[in-house]
Ligand binder design. Structure first.
Ligand code: NAP
Length: 278
């Protein structure tokens, strides 16, 4: 699988999301097994957050990586309201306990809140010095936020909403990040679920490319995100069929005709737009 340099580690461009995990005891073992199946397939980057299931998703991750911590690259996120100098350090300690590990590979500010960014980054640097995190970054930052962030520190990534239906970052943020070799982590690469996902996956333009490759529309949607330079995609999947399909999508090679057809179906942005968020 294609890899990218993230801080000091090389990571696969396909990872696994965990939003909506850790919310129901009855689903927990399915979720643990799903993350383990992902690890078995080399999908070793796992994205979570203290917000997901109010810590429940981190516990699911902790169980999934038990005995195989070294295989995994763990990304977690601090709530903005916890991102003061002391608060971020305390939140990180709580996440480490739930994840049952002594170090988070990449720790992100989930979105910008009222605590000054300089203070949050000071906390992240302190956590890094103490060996509690290996690298830090941000999420849901637009171009101005990123420019400000670079004056206070060196975020290893910006995790943002990006998929065929939500291409706004291609106008400014993505080229800016590429120039600076800051990988972008694409969340909701399949539009999460519900109506928006149905609109994306039932689009005739996407279906035509999928039919030509004899794969599903979701696989082409994911392969398209993975095709983008400097981008990591973190789909969430609990269904083993979805997990295998997503791993296979990382091997799909899109031709220039496929890419042109997808551009016609989902036109790239022609002007600057506010950052899409979920
Ligand atoms: P997503 O990954 O785009 O979509 C997840 C949904 O798609 C699930 O219902 C899943 O079903 C289904 N799915 C997965 N693979 C599929 C396939 N091959 N075919 C058909 N359906 C498939 O949405 P997301 O969970 O919003 O985003 C991914 C991750 O990004 C999150 O889990 C989270 O870690 C992160 N995230 C970050 C932020 C942020 O603010 N930083 C915001 C949103 C999300 P099953 O689970 O049933 O398999």
């Amino acid at each position: 699988m294609k890899t990218l340099q993230m801080g000091e580690r090389e990571v696969p461009v396909l990872g696994q999301g965990t939003w909506n995990m850790g919310e129901q005891a009855s689903r927990r073992q399915h979720e643990v097994r799903a993350l383990q199946l992902g690890l078995d397939q080399g999908v070793t980057l796992i994205d979570t957050a203290e917000m997901y299931g109010e810590g429940g998703a981190e516990e699911v991750v902790g169980e999934a990586i038990s005995g195989r911590r070294d295989e995994a690259f763990i990304v977690s996120k601090v709530y903005p309201h916890n991102a003061s100098f002391e608060g971020a350090q305390q939140a990180c300690e709580r996440s480490l306990r739930r994840l049952k590990t002594d170090c988070i590979d990449l720790y992100l500010l989930h979105w910008q809140g009222h605590h000054p960014l300089a203070e949050t980054f000071d906390a992240f640097e302190t956590l890094k010095q103490a060996g509690k995190i290996k690298a830090y970054g941000v999420s849901n930052f637009d171009l101005e936020n990123m420019e400000e962030a670079l004056t206070y520190g060196a975020p290893a990534t910006n995790q943002v909403l990006y998929n065929l239906s939500k291409r706004g970052i291609e106008f400014d943020l993505l080229p800016w990040a590429r120039e600076r070799q800051i990988p972008v982590m694409a969340y909701s690469p399949l539009e999460t679920s519900g109506r928006e996902q149905a609109v994306l996956l039932n689009h005739p333009g996407l279906k035509a490319v999928a039919d030509a490759h004899n794969v599903t529309p979701a696989q082409i949607a994911l392969a398209w995100v993975l095709h983008q330079d400097g981008v990591i995609a973190i789909p969430k999947a609990v269904d083993p069929v979805h997990l295998r399909a997503n791993r296979a999508a990382a091997d799909i090679v899109l031709s220039s005709d496929d890419l042109a057809a997808l551009d016609r179906a989902f036109p790239p942005p022609r002007r600057r737009r506010p950052l899409d968020m979920r």
